[in-house]
Design a protein. Structure first.
Length: 236
């Protein structure tokens, strides 16, 4: 993808998917052997994260010097997006190695779903600092002032678990009345800039990473809000 990007291509990339096969009428998915080496203080966090990704603990070996080695068997789809989460949880001190093991019974249900919803732009134009300042309390932003946005583009991570449609183009209402101290300084938190790898790990099944030579954006597959509502009603 990076090579195509450098060659001037623009593409929309969906979430990576594992290859599921059927054997004697039974669905099977790939499993991987995972070995992690972490400091003991991070052991509980990593075990919890691998447990939520349907990991099965096979072995635990403390080295007696403050580190512990954990061996797991995890469905391959449970490892999508785990690398970044692992490095963050261990503050970069953990070592992760995984290799394909075998195909096994398919486990129904979502694995490693994202906990938070997203902030979705409701129109096209340039994002304004005033609007972004008011949106900061809703979550963490992916864009800065002056950046071009369009309807259906994901501009931030919502602090709650639902998706929220927001207006990043809202300008401050100007009046001819000037009160002392009414002009406040806008202080914006620096936006999160995702790499291609982080963006692919971040997106859900109904989202795409838009890769262009100059930028990496995240968007909904269905850009219009009423289309997304119709699709979610049909799915439920």
């Amino acid at each position: 993808i990076e090579n195509m990007r450098r060659e001037g291509f623009e593409l929309g990339v969906s979430r990576p998917e594992v290859i599921v096969r059927e054997r004697d009428g039974v669905k099977e998915e790939p499993y991987e052997m995972v070995t992690v080496d972490v400091e003991e203080q991070h052991q509980g966090t990593i075990m919890e994260k691998l447990g939520s990704r349907r990991g099965e603990l096979l072995d635990m070996i403390p080295d007696g010097k403050g580190r512990v080695r954990l061996d797991y068997k995890v469905p391959s789809r449970g490892l999508i997006g785990f690398q970044t989460e692992f490095l963050t949880a261990t503050s970069g001190t953990g070592i992760l190695h995984h290799v394909f093991d075998s195909y096994g019974p398919f486990r129904a249900g979502a694995v490693a779903a994202r906990n938070n919803g997203v902030l979705i732009a409701n129109g096209a134009g340039k994002a304004l600092g005033y609007a972004l300042f008011n949106l900061q309390e809703r979550g963490r932003l992916f864009i800065g002032p002056g950046e071009e946005v369009y309807e259906g583009m994901i501009i931030g991570l919502h602090s709650r678990d639902n998706d929220l449609v927001v207006n990043p183009l809202k300008a401050k209402q100007l009046t001819n009345i000037r009160a002392a101290g009414s002009d406040e300084n806008i202080i914006l938190t620096p936006p999160i800039r995702m790499t291609l790898e982080q963006a692919l790990e971040f997106i859900d099944d109904d989202e795409l990473v838009e890769v262009t030579p100059k930028s990496i954006r995240v968007r909904k597959k269905l850009l219009l809000e009423h289309e997304r509502k119709r699709a979610s009603r049909a799915a439920s």
